[in-house]
Design a binder for this molecule. Sequence first.
Ligand code: 13P
Length: 333
Amino acid sequence: MVSFKELGLVNTREMFAKAIKGGYAIPAFNFNNMEQLQAIVKACAETKSPVILQVSKGARNYANQTLLRYMAQGAVEYAKELGWEHPQICLHLDHGDSFELCKSCVDFGFSSVMIDASHLPYEENIALTKKVVEYAHQYDVTVEAELGVLAGVEDEVSSAVSHYTKPEEVVDFATRTGCDSLAISIGTSHGAYKFTPEQCTRDPKTGKLVPPPLAFDVLDAIMEQLPGFPIVLHGSSSVPQEYVDMINATGGKLPDAVGIPEEQLRKAAKSAVCKINIDSDSRLAFTAAVRKVFAEKPGEFDPRKYCGPARDLMEELYKHKIINVLGSNGKAE
Ligand code: 13P
């Protein structure tokens, strides 16, 4: 048993309380490799932003859970080396799908876990979430739960259709499970194809898809039911068109990729939404930068020469999100 406290990590409790009060959101960035983690830590150290490092099932399969945990531990030390005196870094299990997995993360030094039982019938979601909460809270590890279903594909989590969270269920769910935060479904979706062209309109000038707005009325109704309770948005990449264009201009094929407009996330961040999950945008930045190097220098074969620019572009992306979208800069001095 390793406590996250020994590793210099923090749970989400204080982060979320401050974020709701201050009208900003904490970035939850997924990581699978060293370059991504370096970019996240550099961006957060420079902007003094608290951060949640997320480990998904796909990341565990790709990079190994043990290695990722040691990397997060290293991230705390790296942040200090970069001059961030008191880094506020949370290590979070993204989309945990069983009690055993959540327990193994708690025992291994994660400071936060998500139990995603949203696909189960309501009472089963409550029972499994409650079991995880009871275990995790013994070690001061915070627990995110989910109500409602997001559409889209993310690693091994997928659903063809979304079901908005029902505001009339949230009080009962939060009270009976004891969860610390609640991921809700209000129209965000995992991946780089969040909406079909049929769900969107098309900008006549650019020909680009314009997505439908998020269901802020559902968010408002949830906040009315659970005042001050931490709300989480998954599937919140914006799918920046400059990256999509870079990819497509260098032989890639991402037609009609579309995300959540940043102004909608900015609005959400000012409310009780205090954790915003971003993964796909970082994948797009990485891919765009690597493709650009290969297009310009077909003879390049040193991974540092294409992973380095990818890391730089991801760092730029993370800083942009922190400063211009979530407003978390300067909140972890
Ligand atoms: P995106 O695919 O929109 O980046 O969402 C990531 C996410 O929600 C991770 O849980």
